[in-house]
Design a protein around this ligand. Structure first.
Ligand code: HEM
Length: 416
């Protein structure tokens, strides 16, 4: 068996935090290998990148997410008992519940909710400066909750939105900011447990087939309803990432700003190029840097032995920027997606492999539909100015965003 190259530092945790999104790929380049060993948080870990690595990681049930993420991250994102922590038949069964939320008519309903929230919010901006990231987060919280069957009343919308945003923003932090996000997460779980209770008792009516309805009625393979906490966790697993799509919307606005020829194209139609544009936004801009897994059994890949329990990180950002898959990966070029064959292991911002049997994101179609709508809204419903601001996207900030959050001013709604 070959020796997996080793990063020579004793522990690379500080380097990981300092380098962020490029940590794995810069070492792969330096060591001339798609995988290497190092230590993070004093624990041995194998890091890997590329399409073949994504297939190994996501297909064939080789990895579990249990024990694969620091608890500070797990609790803010998917949480204990969630679909992500399940494997095999229990996972496929629970995953079916999420996939049932994503029918084309359901996606269309969410797009309409988002459009309605946008058209209601924009007239309130007027001349003043707004931060697009904050505005779109609030819109997606309102729209997502209504779509999921649990509309927010106006008083509770701001605190509930803050809770959802904090869970996403603070995943990369440690210390007080992270503790505060956990406090907000606990508040959110309390609120959504109450919502599940009220739906089950018949006190609150929910639209049939909505996310809240599917979750409240879902029975696991043992025939039992989800306990209230797990049901609340899964409802949050719909609401939180729906708000997180705001980050991609902000990146789409940044791309339109840096590449005004695309703004022109979409202002005049060009619907057939929306998908390639949105795919390039998802490829080019940073979101999750890596995903962690623990090997479920012994296996070999590229001549290297993995043992049951080994901790592995798959580089999502590095795979999306792998020059073997994406020529000139640091150039924003939507045309690359015009004839893209759609290999499931090459464009991996939301995971790789199969939706139903692996951990690939069930919200990917919803994300794409919302982003396409966001590009239409940004280019066809409003005119705006982008004042001088710091639009730097720092790759050592997890999760990344343009520094200013994308400030707009003098926004005018165009006649329909
Ligand atoms: C903002 C855009 C999004 C990004 C970048 C994203 C990213 C991801 C990634 C990388 C995974 C794979 C995790 C793993 O391999 O363990 C994942 C899983 C998941 N995502 Fe998303 N996601 C997004 C939007 C959504 C949306 C809109 C929803 C639901 C409405 C959603 C719900 C989930 C769920 C439930 C899982 C767990 C799936 C499983 O374990 O089988 N995500 N997401």
């Amino acid at each position: 068996m070959n020796e997996v190259p080793r990063d020579d530092s004793l522990d690379a945790s500080v380097a990981f935090l300092r380098e962020g999104y490029t940590f794995v790929s810069s070492r792969c380049d330096r060591l001339g290998s798609d995988l290497f060993r190092t230590r993070l948080m004093l624990t041995p870990v194998v890091c890997m990148r590329g399409a073949e690595a994504a297939g190994i990681f996501y297909e064939g049930q080789r990895f579990t997410r249990v024990g694969a993420m620091p608890p500070t991250v797990l609790r803010l994102l998917q949480d204990i008992g969630s679909v992500q922590t399940l494997d095999d038949a229990p996972h496929h069964h629970r995953k079916g519940m999420f996939l049932a939320m994503m029918s084309p008519p359901a996606l269309q309903r969410m797009v309409e909710q988002f459009r309605a929230a946008w058209l209601a919010a924009v007239p309130l901006w007027g001349e003043r400066q707004i931060v697009l990231q904050d505005e779109v987060s609030a819109m997606l919280a309102l729209a997502g909750a209504a779509w999921a069957g649990v509309p927010l009343d106006p008083d509770e919308a701001p605190p509930l939105t803050r809770q959802l945003v904090a869970m996403i923003e603070q995943t990369g932090t440690i210390g007080p900011a992270n503790w505060w996000a956990h406090h907000l997460r606990n508040q959110a779980e309390r609120h959504w447990r109450g919502a599940i209770r009220s739906i089950r008792s018949g006190e609150t009516a929910v639209a049939e087939g909505s996310a809240a309805d599917l979750i409240a009625r879902h029975r696991d393979l043992d025939g039992e309803l989800l306990d209230e906490t797990t049901a609340a966790v899964e409802l949050l697993n719909v609401l939180r990432p729906t708000v997180a799509v705001a980050r991609f919307v902000t990146f789409a606005a940044l791309a339109l700003h840096h590449h005004p020829q695309w703004r022109e194209k979409f202002a005049q139609g060009g619907d057939e190029l929306l998908r390639p544009f949105v795919q390039e936004v998802r490829r080019f801009y940073p979101f999750f840097p890596v995903i962690g897994g623990r090997a479920r059994h012994d296996f070999a890949w590229q001549g290297h032995e993995f043992s049951k329990g080994d901790w592995v990180l798959l580089d999502l950002y590095g795979t999306n920027h792998d020059g073997r898959l994406w020529p000139e990966p640091e150039t924003f070029r939507p045309e690359r997606f015009v004839d893209w064959p759609g290999d499931p292991n090459t464009l991996v911002p939301q995971g790789a492999g199969d939706f139903a049997t692996g951990h690939r994101c069930p919200g990917e179609w919803l994300t794409i539909a919302l982003l396409e709508e966001a590009v239409r809204l940004l280019t066809r419903t409003i005119r705006y100015e982008v004042p001088a601001q710091d639009l730097t996207v720092a790759l050592d900030q997890l999760p990344a965003l343009p520094k200013s959050g994308f400030i707009m001013q003098k926004t005018q709604l165009l006649a329909a």
